[in-house]
Design a protein around this ligand. Structure first.
Ligand SMILES: Nc1ncnc2c1ncn2[C@@H]1O[C@H](COP(=O)(O)OP(=O)(O)OP(=O)(O)O)[C@@H](O)[C@H]1O
Length: 602
């Protein structure tokens, strides 16, 4: 998701700024007061210095007019400083507060959008990178619309006010002293361009690093079992170094920029001393005026530095917002149609019907000419070598991948014409790689329910033969299972995932190789339980269809029909008994597994 970023990226943030305009307005009014109070201070100093320069030794007593006036000027200075102090607190509250709120809203929007995006998006984008966009990129946007905007507005107001004052006070000296401002402006522009590029690189390396961390800890079991810790330490060290190097480039740029700005602004002091000093000697300017000019030129450094910060932050914000925008602008590839079709009552005999389905991932054909009817309340088993397209076939039924129009029908309606949520609600799917959340077993099972119900949790756990395992856990349902179910065995994980789908009571059950880690006896108990559940559902006039992918003939023996997939085509189909008699792949697998079991027992 690389793109050329420009200032136009900020269009996304404009509606947010418009919503918080009142807060920003209050903040900028406070800034205005702060700036006004700031430019007043050198005027107090000027008067005080001029009074001191004309005062004599007799003016040092407590009751003298000069001393009293200086005291009043000091009071004025303290008042201005208090105003600056209070104003700074208020503008920070209004502007930084708004930028924090916008940051939260933008991050929320990004998260919501990520959840809407289809399955294929997550195959193209790495999780670590997406995490970086939701954290450090959104943070950079906040800096731009907080401190960046303040630097822009404040810098402009303060610099303009100071320039007007100094030119009114002494145009000749001011004109000479502002000469170094020209190279400073050029420097700021060059700096902004360079920082933009370097920051983009830094963000990319940050994404790569956060991806390396995410991948390492998600796969910690595999890493440990393959004793690959050193390899991952090196991989992380490389990404960590890349991140450091990219940031070092930024450090170098800043390291060069700020001293240069300070040097050039130091030149203004020099010019001031030479030109202004001469004018004081010539009697064309008072010493107080010279001191005030010094103060003003010192004050000019902040808007200049601020301009550098501003350029940096606005550039960084644009780069980061570009990265956020590229996610927000991605449309989900699979959505409900504009006109939704629903099945009429009793119109379809087949729960699922597939007509001459061809499917490819890019150029790679995965399913070819699949035709299949799954009658309501039947169990269909699917067997096939790895990579033969079994999972893909299941995914076309729930539109996790999009089949072509007119190929896959559920209850007589093309899946592409179904409302996506209604379609998926018909299915209880246990995918091959079930994900468990780091929560209690009970909450993992009840995950899909709005209101967890203990009796339903118990029933579904019994159906998935998880009840006996639960009795062995110290805290029963409340047992926390660690990240991705780290503390459970493979079979326990699979059965927790099965319970989680069964609890939804959906009418079509899909088990994608979900019993592979379960022993033969438990498998038998689960399948018999599911068959009994089917009878109960049918008696209650509810549907209970199942599509079961398995490499085990013992699982498929419970199905009404079994299909054998070979390189995306249906090579065999029929009842398990018919397939045994045919002597094809199914029969060969049955024989092989029978021998293996015999050896295991022998
Ligand atoms: N998202 C994807 N993008 C590209 N190719 C894919 C994708 N998912 C699967 N494939 C490829 O499609 C083919 C079929 O994959 P599929 O997962 O459907 O097979 P399977 O029969 O379920 O395999 P297994 O028994 O190993 O689970 C494989 O060659 C696989 O590499």
């Amino acid at each position: 998701m690389k793109r050329r970023t420009s200032i136009r990226e900020y269009k996304t943030i404009l509606p947010y700024l418009a919503r918080y305009r009142a807060q920003y307005f209050r903040g900028f009014i406070c800034l205005l007061f702060v700036d006004a109070a700031q430019v007043l201070i050198p005027q107090f100093v000027r008067r005080a210095v001029d009074l001191i320069s004309i005062a004599s030794i007799t003016d040092t007593g407590s009751n003298n007019p000069v001393g009293n006036r200086i005291f009043l000027l000091c009071l004025g200075m303290v008042g201005s400083m208090l105003l600056v102090c209070g104003g700074r607190f208020l503008w920070r509250y209004f502007i930084h507060g708004s930028s924090r709120r916008i940051e939260t809203e933008l991050r929320g929007r990004l998260f919501d959008h990520l959840l809407v995006l289809s399955y294929d998006f997550y195959q193209k984008n790495k999780i670590g990178d997406l995490m970086a966009r939701a954290t450090s990129d959104v943070g950079a946007v906040r800096m731009a619309i907080g401190m960046g905007l303040v630097a822009l507005v404040d810098g402009t107001i303060l610099a303009t006010a100071i320039l007007i004052i100094i030119f009114i006070q002494d145009p000749r000296t001011a004109a000479c002293a502002v000469l170094p401002l020209l190279p400073i402006t050029i420097l700021i522009l060059l700096f902004g361009h360079r920082v933009g590029k370097q920051f983009q690189k830094a963000q990319e390396t940050y994404s790569a690093m956060s991806d390396a961390v995410q991948e390492t800890f998600a796969g910690i079991r595999v890493i440990k079992s393959f004793v690959k810790e050193l390899w991952f330490i090196k991989k992380f060290a490389d990404t960590n170094d890349d991140y450091r190097d990219a940031n070092m480039e930024l450090v170098k740029t800043f390291g060069l920029f700020f001293p240069l700005i300070t040097f050039l602004s130091g030149l203004t002091s020099l010019i001031l001393l030479l030109v202004g000093g001469r004018r004081v000697v010539e009697g064309l300017m008072s010493p107080g005026e010279l001191v005030a000019l010094f103060s003003y030129f010192q004050m000019l450094i902040w808007p200049l530095m601020g301009a550098g910060f501003m350029v940096n932050m606005i550039q960084r914000g644009a780069v980061s917002l570009g990265r956020v925008n590229s996610v927000l602008e991605t449309e989900p590839s699979i959505v409900s149609p504009a006109v939704v079709k629903r099945p009429g009552p009793g119109t379809a005999v087949n729960e699922i019907e597939i007509r001459n389905l061809n499917f490819a991932y890019g150029d790679a054909n995965v399913l070819e000419d699949i035709t299949l009817n799954i009658p309501r309340n039947s169990w269909v088993g699917i067997l096939g070598r790895t990579g033969s397209g079994k999972s893909t076939l299941l995914k076309t039924m729930t539109r996790m991948v999009d089949p072509p129009q007119g190929a896959v029908f559920v209850r007589g309606v093309d899946v592409r014409e179904w409302d996506l949520e209604e379609l998926r609600a018909l299915f209880a799917v246990t995918p091959q790689d079930s994900y468990l959340f780091s929560d209690s077993i009970g909450r993992n099972i009840a995950y899909g329910l709005e209101f967890p119900d203990e009796s339903r949790i118990r029933e579904s756990a019994e159906l998935a033969a998880l009840d006996r395992d639960l009795a062995g856990f110290a805290r029963g349902w409340e047992t926390t299972i660690g990240e991705r179910g780290l503390t459970l065995s493979g079979g326990q994980k699979q059965r927790t995932a099965i319970s989680r789908s069964l609890i939804m009571g959906a009418e079509i059950l899909i088990l994608d190789d979900s019993l592979s880690a379960v022993d033969a006896e438990t498998e038998k108990r689960i399948l018999r339980g599911l068959l009994a559940e089917r009878e109960r559902k049918i008696r209650g006039s509810r549907g209970s269809t199942a599509v079961i992918v398995s490499h085990r003939v013992s699982t498929l023996a419970y199905a009404d029909i079994v299909l054998v997939l070979e390189q995306g085509r249906i090579a065999e189909s029929g009842s398990p008994r018919e397939l045994l008699e045919k002597g094809g792949f199914y029969a060969k697998m049955a024989e092989l597994q029978r021998l293996e079991q015999g050896e295991g027992h022998g």
